[in-house]
Ligand binder design. Sequence first.
Ligand code: APR
Length: 227
Amino acid sequence: MKKLVVLTGAGISAESGLATFRGSNGLWGKYRVEDVASIEGWYRNPELVLQFYNERRKELLNCEPNAGHIGLANLESKFDVRIITQNVDDLHERAGSSNIIHLHGRLKWVRSERNENLRFELSEDNFEIYLGDKASDGAQLRPDIVWFGEAVPMLLPAIEWVEDADIFVIIGTSLNVYPAAGLLQYVRNGVPVYLIDPNDVIDPYGKVTTFIKSVASEGVKILSETI
Ligand code: APR
């Protein structure tokens, strides 16, 4: 089977009701990213950070995968589909996708702030963590999210997937954040690159071969009929 590698961002979850970051009504219009999504922000005010992620986790409980997520899962009948997502929601999993890398972590997971390997998934009836909640090593529990200023542990596996791609698809990301946006440089020459977004997106590497100017639900349908 041909390897279909997909890079997704907040836009694919927009139709599920989750806010993006940089568009109108985006999260970074309401919060300062350095306060709630950076390691410095965590050291400065961990309670604000815990509250930010508790609120986003609560929102996620009321969201369902949309036709974009589901369409990608359905493509597994024809392709070896591998999803590299910048999103921390679990909508790709819940849509049925099998191969997923979360570059920026997972909202429903928490970990010891001392040992990133001591992590677990919160249950839906206990989805908030507070200052004083400890991991098994006695350290404070923190969101299992990759914050600005932290290394991206899954970057190398993601690069390997991109280098192996026979088709590369970008859905719902402004390509503003590195190293995620830099993955495009690893797409082999001659590999078709589709970009699905209702707005214009600057492709920093000139790799995009087909721009589907559409929301994810409709764009994935068009893609499925094209490839
Ligand atoms: N369908 C598809 N794309 C959409 C939709 C939709 N319904 N609605 C908006 N978009 C597009 C926007 O046009 C934009 O290009 O989704 C993109 C969202 O861009 P951002 O808000 O910048 O989100 P993203 O690219 O995922 O941000 C990357 O930045 O702050 C960090 O860690 C955070 O993972 C995030 C990273």
